[in-house]
Design a protein around this ligand. Sequence first.
Ligand SMILES: Cc1cc2nc3c(=O)[nH]c(=O)nc-3n(C[C@H](O)[C@H](O)[C@H](O)COP(=O)(O)OP(=O)(O)OC[C@H]3O[C@@H](n4cnc5c(N)ncnc54)[C@H](O)[C@@H]3O)c2cc1C
Length: 372
Amino acid sequence: MSEPDSVVVGGGIVGASIAFGLARTGERVVLLDEGDVAFRASRGNFALVWVQSKGLGLPPYAAWTQRSAGEWHELARILQDETGIDVAHSQPGGFTLCLSQKEVDARLAKLEQFHNLPGVAHFPYEILDHDEVKKRLPEIGSKVVGAVYSPLDGHANPLLLMRALHSYLATKGGEYRPAHAVHTIDRQTDGFRLRGTWGELRTAKLILAAGLGNVHLAPMVGLEAPVKPSRGQLIVTEKTAPFLHNPMVTIRQTNEGGVLIGDSKEEAGFENVTGTGVLSVMAQRAIDMFPRLRHLNVVRTWSALRVMSPDGFPIYDQTSSGPPAFVTSCHSGVTLAGVHAMTLGPALSKSARLPEVLAAFSPKRFHVPAHQ
Ligand SMILES: Cc1cc2nc3c(=O)[nH]c(=O)nc-3n(C[C@H](O)[C@H](O)[C@H](O)COP(=O)(O)OP(=O)(O)OC[C@H]3O[C@@H](n4cnc5c(N)ncnc54)[C@H](O)[C@@H]3O)c2cc1C
């Protein structure tokens, strides 16, 4: 492929989902990726497709998330049909289990605050007491005081998702190129010239989706992505017979049988390490929620770095003149894979503009004087 129609930089879930959408409309896409050695949230995450709790503080985010949860079904179906890979997507409804009345009250207050906002996209949810949770999840422990349940929540397998997205690209004539870190980008009148130790590549349209790498790449094309790492630690147990159909916000049984226990939120810069202090608190809470977990062996623990903007919401932006370049950075890339693949990618292909609904996500929202 000499000069592709578009180049996406970053082959994690976000870049690969957008590349899916571009390729599906017939564009010749090259996906340049630093590869497995990079910081990569996409291979270390908890993989919820999660709706409850999304959007407080930025109502368009709630609508964008709900739309994505809806579009996930079609994305999973296409990936299965065209690549033969089942990404283990399901939407059985999800629970946030609470271990004290204070936790229940805090959740309830946030949900009420959210649903009272004008123009907000409401989502269905229930607040459940211990007995009601026990009816639906008979294995919960006595320390569970209550839960929030939403039928829109689900989960998937993030590694299979990434593999399927890369495979889909190949079926459409696109190319995934690992070990292709982009070091410099020159903006020219009719396009962009990208360079790395691998050589150089030109394109008329550029999408930056390099996770934490966007911080350095975006300014090269006049954009910005002020994201920082937020560490999350996870535990996975040995495989066990299926007992947990629904995902919880910090516990889910994967399609392969292991139980994932997640996931801390820590300000630790780029220190991508685990520590028994945090892991033991996570494990104890999980055992309080499902006492049977105490009998399972832990087979692995790890940490990964979230791609976090200053307010926690996604960043989408585009150049206002010259050849089109876009930047996308987000914290919930698994959840948003549906809308990135089915809505954003096709929009960037057809109109080379961001959909109007994404105007609220411009990083200009961070340009406020300090006293405000
Ligand atoms: C602990 C944890 C739990 C999470 N749980 C969930 C969850 O339950 N649900 C959910 O929706 N989301 C969750 N997330 C968030 C989700 O994983 C991320 O939003 C998503 O993976 C971000 O994908 P990305 O492609 O933007 O970034 P990354 O996965 O970080 O990938 C960035 C890619 O860019 C490439 N790159 C970087 N720099 C360059 C360069 N200069 N040139 C070329 N390539 C480059 C890297 O090789 C990498 O492949 C979680 C994240 C973490 C860390």
